[in-house]
Design a protein around this ligand. Structure first.
Ligand code: B12
Ligand code: SF4
Length: 466
């Protein structure tokens, strides 16, 4: 079959230009591309918008379109499906990703959605293609949902891959990126209030063997060498690379044995980063140079309501340990908690605590209730979601009714936080941030947007909380 794999471009509003210009074809589609090609299907992957569909169909006429989306790209994903059907009603549309997995019924209610795959598509999608090729439009495959006489079926099932080592390697060249991306494990054993990873994977953390990871690295290294290039940067896209510390030590030792010269980058939880200095030594010896971690909040009482099981003191400890070991540390923090702690006083204290935190790089967002998360279920059942304009569920707009402040104040507080963190902290912090962001220049940072937000921060002089 001819399969078009589509990543929708985000609709950019306000400050989303700063972050979402990092639009990229997610690895999920690359996995689908690899399994489809292994089955003998012809594929084409695109990052596109609904407006570009007519010209795209002149080059490639698919039998099936597999469309991915996150919450902020869901509406565009639907528009893309509508445009595809308008151009050629015979194209079968299949949707997947975090948002539609959490809301399969709502997605199937759209006339132009033929199938929703809940969970991981690596096995379910090729099975669906096989059945469609045989003319079976109502297959019985876990995770594959559709409607019969307008009623959604199979929506309680989910596809989870048991053996990650069985999946083919992805084609990294599609991304045209200096980095090589590796997913060495999937899922997360935790369930934080704000995060859709725990529920999407049903809290099932699965790992690949060290042999499988090393052979994927070798495969990419050799490919680069044949092209006269070098493997310089490996980006582990696991949600938490340090879940199984003994596997990680074996992986680091194998990387060392191969005498590779690349540096690598991962995400972790502060409790592992802060409590295992010897693990950090092994990681840095094998090339770990950047680590991203969730600070989440500067206030312990807020952290306690997020259910992550971490403390602000642990984050401070982790930051100083990482600095000592020479690892660049990137942190993610949020404003808002969707409960009684959303007050002007708490917002102010949170911003002050985050601003005084010794980060190398930092991204602050507003708490966003993504479907599938406990905070979404809570706010939805309390009827406190302001709207379902998914384009604005991007971490930069307040989309729920906080208990103690106006939503508009939350929106302004985000800009105020950046002002406090960068402008008021003085020139040393700005210089440090610019220096630390160097590895990402030209990669994920949009310079014009950065100038725009910097300008807005400079002109925003009024203290929101006085
Ligand atoms: C790497 C990453 C990024 C990268 C790349 C994004 C991308 N498009 O994948 C960057 C930095 C750009 C990014 C940005 C953002 N991200 Co992000 N990101 C991740 C992260 C850590 C890993 C993604 C990944 O590679 N997964 C591994 C692959 C294999 O899994 P997958 O993509 O989900 O695909 C599988 C299934 O979903 C399914 N599937 C997916 N699509 C399809 C399609 C079909 C047809 C089928 C059949 C199946 C299928 O099968 C795939 C194979 O198993 C995830 C956390 C996570 N574990 O998913 C957060 C995550 C996806 N990000 C999230 C968010 C919120 C964002 C931002 C909004 C943050 C911000 N404010 O800047 C932006 C939005 C960007 C955009 N334009 O939409 C949320 C999404 C929640 C939601 N419901 O939308 C997540 C889940 C994190 C979280 N803690 O909740 N992100
Ligand atoms: S925030 Fe991190 S630890 Fe918590 S559920 Fe998400 S991935 Fe797991």
């Amino acid at each position: 079959m001819k399969v078009l794999l589509v990543a929708p471009k985000a609709v950019l509003t306000g400050y989303s230009r700063l972050f979402l210009e990092t639009d990229e074809i997610g690895l999920g589609l690359l996995f689908l591309d690899a399994v489809c090609r292994k089955q003998g299907h012809e594929t084409k992957i695109v990052l596109t918008s609904a407006a570009e569909i007519p010209s795209l169909l002149q080059e490639f006429t698919p039998d099936v379109a597999g469309i991915t989306s996150l919450t902020p790209t869901y509406s565009e994903a639907i528009r893309i499906g509508q445009q595809l059907k308008r151009e050629n009603p015979r194209i079968i549309t299949v949707y997947g990703g975090h948002h539609v997995s959490a809301l399969p019924e709502e997605t199937l209610a759209q006339e132009t959605v033929d199938y929703v795959v809940r969970g991981e598509g690596d096995e379910a999608f090729p099975l669906l293609l096989d059945e469609l090729a045989k003319g079976n439009r109502r297959p019985d495959i876990p995770g594959v949902c559709y409607t019969i006489d307008g009623k959604p079926v199979q929506t309680h099932t989910k596809a989870i891959v048991e053996d990650l080592d069985s999946l083919p390697f992805i084609d990294q060249e599609i991304l045209e990126n200096e980095r090589v991306f590796i997913v060495s494990s999937r899922g997360c054993p935790f369930q934080c209030d704000f995060c859709s990873v725990g529920s999407f994977y049903e809290r099932r953390w699965r790992k690949r063997s060290v042999e499988s990871i090393i052979s994927e690295l070798k495969y990419n290294d050799e490919k680069k060498q044949r092209q006269g290039k070098q493997l310089t940067w490996v980006d582990f896209r696991d949600d938490n690379l340090t879940v199984d510390t003994s596997r990680l030590v074996s992986l680091c030792n194998e990387i060392l044995k191969q005498r590779w010269e690349f540096t690598w980058h991962c995400q972790s939880r502060i409790d592992t980063a802060a409590s295992h200095p010897e693990l950090l030594d092994t990681m840095t010896a094998s090339g770990c140079s950047i680590m991203a971690l969730g600070l989440e909040s500067g206030l312990q009482e807020v952290l306690d309501t997020y259910g992550k099981g971490i403390t602000f003191a642990q984050s401070l400890e982790a930051a100083s340990l990482l600095t000592e070991k020479g690892v660049l540390h990137i942190w993610y923090a949020m404003l808002g908690c969707g409960n009684h702690l959303d007050t002007p006083e708490m917002l102010k204290r949170n911003i002050e605590a985050i601003a005084s935190f010794p980060f190398d790089l930092l991204q602050v967002s507003l708490l966003t209730p993504f479907p599938g998360t406990p905070v979404y279920d809570r706010l939805n059942s309390q009827d406190r979601l302001l709207h379902r304009n998914w384009d604005l569920y991007d971490g930069l707009h307040c989309v729920y009714r906080p208990e103690g402040v106006e939503p508009e104040l939350m929106d302004q507080a985000l800009l105020w936080a950046y002002r406090k963190i960068f402008i008021q902290s003085g020139i040393r912090r700005i210089v440090h941030t610019i220096k630390c962001s160097k590895p990402f220049w030209g990669n994920t940072i949009a310079p014009l947007s950065l100038l725009k937000i910097a300008w807005d921060m400079i002109v925003m002089k009024r203290d929101l909380f006085t």
